[in-house]
Ligand binder design. Sequence first.
Ligand code: TRP
Length: 454
Amino acid sequence: MADSLQDRGHWGSKIAFILAASGSAIGLGSIWRFPIMVGRNGGAVFVMAYILAVVFIGFTVMLAELAMGRHTSKNPVGAYETIKPKTPWKIVGYAGVVTGIVILSYYAVVAGWAFGYLYKTIAGVFRGRVTWETAETAFSRFAADPLEVVICLLVIMGITTFIISRGVQSGIERWSKILMPLLFVLIIFLAVRALTLPGAGPGLAFYLKPDFGKLDVKVLFFALGQAFYSLSLGMGIMITYGSYIGKRENLVSSAGWVCFSTTLIAFLAGIIIFPTLFATPGLNPENFQPGTGLMFQVFPMIISQVPGGYLFGVMFFILLLVAALTSTISLLEVPTAFLIDEKSWSRKKAAFVIGGAAFLLGLPSALSHGGLPFPTRLRFMDRMDLVFGNILLAVGAFLVCVFVVYAWGIPKALAEIASGNPRFPLKKLWVFNIRILAPLAILLLLVFLRVITG
Ligand code: TRP
């Protein structure tokens, strides 16, 4: 027990926490998944719905999770159990741990693609002008090569496991501090280039000019799911991260910063992708259905159009990889913290067992893009993402709201939030959101989605 107490870390400072929490949030969810969701769900209306979902629901749930974590200094299971001992509530914590392992399993596949693209870029595969056709062929060939994708997955899971097995401080903090700002600069630069492309207009209109005829329950549901996914909510990550925050830190502004920076990166990713994509002759925003590889097809196109494209490309994929790794790290940290706290495992053993399990679970996802016929026919990865990345995160976030309102109690939650932040100007809004708006919106969308899709 003493051993496991020592194994828990603490954030060095508030900024270290914000950087690490943004490190968890910012990643492939914003750069890879967000543009796909925009492309599949009506363009600009989705963007608007997503931003509203982040501001009113994501922020609310994030603050709740951080408060639960800091109050209890526990992993999700321990947090529910500490606040409401001997009740079924801890099952929600367990569900979060499981959801995290599943999301990690396929998230690491996409991170593996980023790794693959890094060495391809270094090898000069994308030298010269990259067109939509060449980019598409390159991606589908790569994703369908069973050996290559599995090795890439193994590399990602190996690095993640190694970092987590070494502990919170040395692992997460150091990386996010230096490299996240650099990624931001690079993305701004690419966004400017994309905006000045000849033919940027149609893509920009698709991305920013809402066509309200396209708004429906499906759009709202996926926007909400994307908000949870990109902010790392609904499975206990922010509970776990909250448990490492000191009592004197301001939870509200921390949560605000994480929401803001994540949304900004996602927004910029769209600014890069859509103008570049729809400047391609023959691609029409009205009937284009983006595949899972969207960003891996479009980024090489725009990178090939900036001066010094080779170096730029190498740098971009290195930073994308780091952004992805700070997220895989957070996904592995939850189950690891659980085994350390609740089962008194050593950090090393916990990290290796869970990392290994997630690798095995990731195999069918890795092979579902042409690598093997059966998982491909099942569309294994897409299904995992729908069930775990959308539905279960929404359910998890819903239960966080219910728990805070009815089991923990708003006054106690507010007292925790007030520590380090005695004036909380948004207090009334937050209480309304967590009591009514967030749970109601999630519930309605889950119910209506079931009705519509049967
Ligand atoms: N938010 C991360 C991203 O956008 C992915 C992620 C990390 C995540 N932890 C999570 C998603 C927990 C859902 C739940 O890249």
